[in-house]
Design a binder for this molecule. Structure first.
Ligand SMILES: Cc1cc2nc3c(=O)[nH]c(=O)nc-3n(C[C@H](O)[C@H](O)[C@H](O)COP(=O)(O)OP(=O)(O)OC[C@H]3O[C@@H](n4cnc5c(N)ncnc54)[C@H](O)[C@@H]3O)c2cc1C
Length: 496
């Protein structure tokens, strides 16, 4: 359905972005799919599109996946997670007999020569649409530079990025769009195994250099710890206990759906309750698709429930899925709250700039810019949990050591930094740095949604207070009154 409620010709067209005017070259050797963000061979619209182009052109498919060593915030943590994911792909590529070229750099720039060689012989390039981080800029740059057809495909969420016409200014606005289109989007899912449909599987003739780098990369994937230690990346941000594979993602979803979903509505704000899904790391790296998560969770609606029970409720929270309140509550997070950030960044190139905050927030923060602050901390004091606030320090310790932080504490974490820095621009820069350096799900559209939310994005004006102005106010004191945090503080507090 379109915004006026009329069915659309093909909802999937809104996922496809033609990045230049070129047509695929039938004289090329293969169709090239560059897996940049949707790192999975299942439920992947971009891969599905690449397979259909390869079949149409009667060409083999080449799937290219790289890990550079000079990306922003490069660290042992991100590298280890990413390489585990790549190891899983090696097995699938062998089983499926597909042309998969992994390139794992040892030195910055190694992959560039390889890519140029690949572009030269490709009929066209297909890649992932992604609205933030260096991926956004790289796609834009390639669009201007490439002399082969270039298409990006959005496999990020359920509601295609091309469906919204402007940046949604709050969740209510986006939820209304989501509610109008949910059934149509959910019933036109990505294929579970798009590679099953690939017709031409003939192996490609790799050049000598391609063979060499492929073998070197496979060796690096097989021995990630030794290899990572040799790189010029941030070794202070250590690997964590989560495994970066699709198998781990699917297992996490299964455990959540079976054990914690039933407590989600009641307990999701309680860090001690362990009632949230913990899926954001795998969603971020594209190891699992949002569609699969939604599908699995809908299986837990009451027995008689079907899609006809869905009730458009004008964008309100709760009730739309009209069954188990836990399902409603979880799907509001994973669809509305997750996707509002993707759609916002898609339409707003300045998504990571202070000036992109709503006018009311800029005005009120400006008015309170010079309010006195009781505490001021430097970035590295914050990074090392050296503040006066035990709860904040514990949350930062968990983030630094384990790469994750509970959503409620994340809000509190951000709000506190606003009052411990000389001005809001510095607070914003510190939060982006800390989040993207340590969080395994960082560098995501939701990193920017969450951080900018602290400063008023997607929110409304509240009662005016010092420093915060009319942006929402949260303190550790009230959190400690409201929440049970004993276990959390025991585990992460007092680490001097
Ligand atoms: C300051 C701050 C920084 C944040 N940085 C990130 C980040 O770097 N990466 C990231 O993915 N999320 C970020 N968030 C949003 C949110 O905290 C996490 O998505 C959530 O805590 C992930 O835990 P979970 O998977 O157990 O969530 P669940 O509660 O199980 O929710 C399921 C999924 O829904 C989505 N979701 C849930 N809550 C939110 C939310 N408030 N906003 C957007 N999406 C949501 C996530 O994809 C999540 O995995 C941030 C929030 C704040 C306030």
């Amino acid at each position: 359905m379109n915004a006026a409620g009329q069915p659309m010709e093909n909802i999937d067209d809104h996922r496809i972005f033609k990045r230049n005017d070129r047509e695929p070259d039938p004289g090329g050797e293969y169709v090239l799919y560059w897996m940049q963000t949707s790192h999975r061979f299942q439920y992947n619209y971009a891969l599905e599109y690449a397979v259909s182009r390869a079949n149409e052109l009667d060409k083999p498919l080449l799937i290219y996946e790289e890990l550079r060593c000079d990306y922003p915030w490069a660290s042992d943590r991100i590298h280890a997670f990413y390489l585990e994911g790549m190891a899983g792909h090696k097995d699938i590529a062998e089983q499926e007999e597909i042309n998969w070229l992994p390139v794992v750099e040892e030195e910055g720039g190694e992959s560039r020569g390889i890519l140029d060689g690949l572009f030269d012989k490709a009929c066209c390039l297909i890649s992932d649409e992604y609205p933030v981080y260096f991926i956004r800029d790289r796609n834009n740059m390639l669009a201007g530079e490439l002399d082969i057809a270039f298409v990006t495909v959005d496999s990020n969420g359920l509601i295609p990025l091309g469906l919204t016409e402007k940046a949604p200014y709050n969740a209510y606005f986006f939820r209304k769009i989501m509610q109008r289109h949910f059934v149509e989007c959910f019933t036109s899912p990505p294929k579970e195994h798009p590679l099953d449909e690939l017709e031409k599987r003939s192996p490609l003739n790799w050049t000598r250099r391609q063979k060499e780098i492929r073998q070197e990369s496979l060796d690096r994937i097989a021995n990630p710890t030794g290899f990572i230690a040799t790189l010029d990346i941030d070794h202070d941000v250590a690997p964590i206990g989560l495994e970066g594979t699709r198998r781990a993602a699917v297992g996490q979803l299964d455990r959540f759906a079976r054990h914690s979903l039933k407590r989600y509505d009641d307990k999701r704000n309680d860090p001690d309750a362990n009632a949230t899904s913990g899926l954001s790391p795998w969603l971020h790296f594209g190891k699992i698709s949002e569609y699969e998560v939604v599908k699995e969770v809908l299986e837990h609606q009451p027995e008689q429930w079907d899609l006809n029970n869905i009730t458009f409720n004008g964008g309100s929270t709760g009730g739309f899925f009209n069954g188990d309140p836990n399902v409603d509550s979880f799907l509001d997070e994973v669809i509305t709250w997750r996707e509002v950030g993707f759609h916002f960044a898609h339409h707003e190139p300045e998504y990571d700039q202070y000036e992109s905050l709503p006018g009311w927030a800029l005005e009120t923060l400006e008015k309170h810019r010079d309010d006195p602050r009781d505490y001021i901390y430097e970035l590295e004091e914050l990074a090392q949990s050296q503040t006066h606030d035990e709860l904040w320090n514990a949350a930062q310790t968990q983030l630094r050591e384990e790469g994750v932080m509970h959503n409620y504490l994340r809000m509190l974490w951000g709000k506190n930094v606003m009052q411990w820095t000389p001005n809001p621009e510095i607070a914003l820069a510190y939060l982006i740095e800390l989040n993207n350096r340590y969080a395994i799900d960082g560098r995501d559209p939701n990193s920017y949604s969450g951080i900018f939310w602290c400063f008023g994005r997607f929110d409304r004006a509240w009662q005016e207070r010092p420093i915060f102005g009319k942006t929402r106010y949260m303190t550790s004191k009230s959190a400690r009154r409201k929440l049970k945090l004993d276990r959390f503080l025991e585990q992460y507090g007092h680490r001097d």
